[in-house]
Write a protein that binds this ligand. Structure first.
Ligand code: SF4
Length: 374
C-alpha cells in the first residue's frame, strides 16, 4: 500500500478487490473470525462501501459502541431536557443530540416549545454565546470520545481565563480503552480482534490499547476511514489471527503516532479526571468517563445548576443496548424500519449519522440479507 497516496487511490476498486482476495486467501481454512469496529465513522464507511460483501463468509464484522451520541444514556438526555426547560438556561449542543429521544421529549421538541436550545459547531462558540448573554446560564453538552473532549477542555480553560462565569459544561465524555476491556470480557461476542478507532487514536496513540494484546490475546489494528484503509486493516487483523499472533498495529500511519497527540492529552489531563460512566447498552464502566476537575468546578453544570429530571423510561421494545454491544443486528430489533426510522427515531442508534441502525437503514438494503452480519 506504500504507493497509495491520493484520495482516489484509497477508493480504487481494483486494489480493493485485490485486498479482498488476499483476505480470502489468508482466511481460508480458519474458523469464524469475529472482528468488531468500535468507531461510528468506520461503521458508516463499512456500510456505505459494502465492505462486508467483499469478505469471505468466515470473516464477520460486528459494529460496536463507537457512536458517542448513541452510547449516551437516556438519563443524561432527560437531564439535558430538564436543563433546557429552565427559563434561565441556554443549552448549546452539537446537531445530533437535539433529535435523540429522552423519556417523553427531546431537545428538538423543547426548542419547538420555545426552550433556548442552540446547535453550535464548536464548544468555543458556546463560550461566545455565554459572553454575549451574561444574564443567562449557558450550558454546553459535552458528548464525545477522546476526539472531542480536548476542544471542550479548551473551551473550559478559555471561559476560566476570560472570566465567563455563566459558561458551564455537562460532561458525558467517555474514553475508549475501558469500553474495549468490557467488550473483550463478553464471551458471547467471541471477538478475535478490533478495528480500532482512527480519530481517537490520533489523540491517545497506541500504548493505551496494548493491554488488549498483552493481557487478552486480542488483535488490534488502528485503521483509517477510506475503503482501502479498512480492507487493509482487516487483512492485517486476519493475518495476525492466522499466524496466532496478537499485537496492536497501525494501518493509519499517515495520521496516528505511537505517542498520540501530547498537547491534546495534556489539555485533557488539566481539565478532566477519570470517573466511572454509564454507557447505553454497556452499563457502568469503571474509569470510562471524564469529569470536570475540581479546579474548574465553577464551570461544571451539575455542580452549579439544579434540575429535577423526569423518571427515565425507555421504549420497551427498543434494542439499542443489544445493538451497541454487538449482540444483535439492527434488523433484529422489532421496531427497525417501521416504527423506528431516521425521520421518527425511537432510539439513539437511529438518530446519529454514526449510529449503526441509521447506517443499516441508509445503506443496508444494498446488502444481501443475512450475509456476513450485514
Ligand atoms: S431500530 Fe431503533 S429502537 Fe431498535 S435498536 Fe435501532 S435505534 Fe434502537
Amino acid at each position: 500500500m506504500s504507493g497509495v497516496k491520493f484520495v482516489e487511490e484509497f477508493r480504487d476498486g481494483a486494489i480493493a478487490r485485490g485486498l479482498a482476495r488476499r483476505i480470502a486467501d489468508v482466511a481460508r481454512g480458519l474458523p469464524e473470525v469475529r472482528l468488531m469496529e468500535v468507531c461510528g465513522t468506520h461503521t458508516m464507511a463499512i456500510y456505505r462501501n459494502s465492505i462486508r460483501q467483499l469478505l469471505p463468509e468466515n470473516i464477520v464484522l460486528i459494529s460496536g459502541p463507537g457512536c458517542p451520541v448513541c452510547v449516551t444514556p437516556n438519563d443524561y438526555i432527560d437531564r439535558a431536557i430538564a436543563l433546557a426547560r429552565r427559563p434561565d438556561v441556554t443549552l448549546c449542543t452539537f446537531g445530533d443530540m437535539v433529535r435523540v429521544p429522552g423519556s417523553s421529549s427531546s431537545l428538538e421538541l423543547e426548542k419547538s416549545k420555545r426552550a433556548d436550545v442552540r446547535v453550535v459547531y464548536s464548544p468555543l462558540d458556546a463560550v461566545d454565546v455565554g459572553m454575549q448573554n451574561p444574564g443567562r446560564k449557558v450550558v454546553f453538552l459535552g458528548v464525545g470520545f477522546e476526539t472531542t473532549a480536548p476542544t471542550v477542555a479548551a473551551a473550559i480553560e478559555l471561559a476560566a481565563a476570560k472570566g465567563v462565569a455563566n459558561f458551564f459544561v455537562s460532561s458525558a465524555h467517555k474514553v475508549m480503552p475501558p469500553a474495549l476491556a468490557a467488550l473483550t470480557a463478553d464471551a458471547r461476542l467471541g471477538l478475535k480482534g478490533f478495528i480500532l478507532p482512527a480519530h481517537v487514536s490520533a489523540i491517545i496513540g497506541v500504548v493505551p490499547y496494548q493491554f488488549l494484546a498483552v493481557k487478552h490475546g486480542m488483535a488490534g489494528v488502528i485503521a483509517g476511514f477510506e475503503p482501502l484503509d479498512i480492507l487493509q486493516g482487516i487483512l492485517m487483523l486476519v493475518e495476525q489471527v492466522a499466524e496466532g499472533r496478537a499485537a496492536i498495529e497501525v494501518q493509519y500511519t499517515r495520521v496516528v503516532r505511537e505517542e498520540g497527540n501530547p498537547r491534546a492529552l495534556a489539555l485533557l489531563e488539566r481539565v478532566f479526571q477519570p470517573c466511572d460512566a454509564e454507557w447505553r447498552g454497556l452499563g457502568i464502566i469503571l474509569g470510562s468517563g471524564l469529569a470536570v476537575r475540581a479546579e474548574y468546578a465553577a464551570h461544571h453544570a451539575e455542580a452549579n445548576i439544579a434540575v429535577e429530571p423526569e423518571q427515565t423510561v425507555t421504549h420497551p421494545l427498543c434494542q439499542c443496548g443489544e445493538v451497541l454491544r454487538g449482540l444483535i443486528h439492527p434488523r433484529e430489533c422489532p421496531l427497525f424500519g417501521t416504527v423506528c426510522t431516521p425521520e421518527t427515531p425511537v432510539g439513539a442508534c437511529m438518530v446519529s449519522t454514526e449510529g449503526t441502525c441509521a447506517a443499516c437503514y441508509k445503506y443496508g438494503a444494498r446488502l444481501e440479507e443475512g450475509h456476513n452480519h450485514g
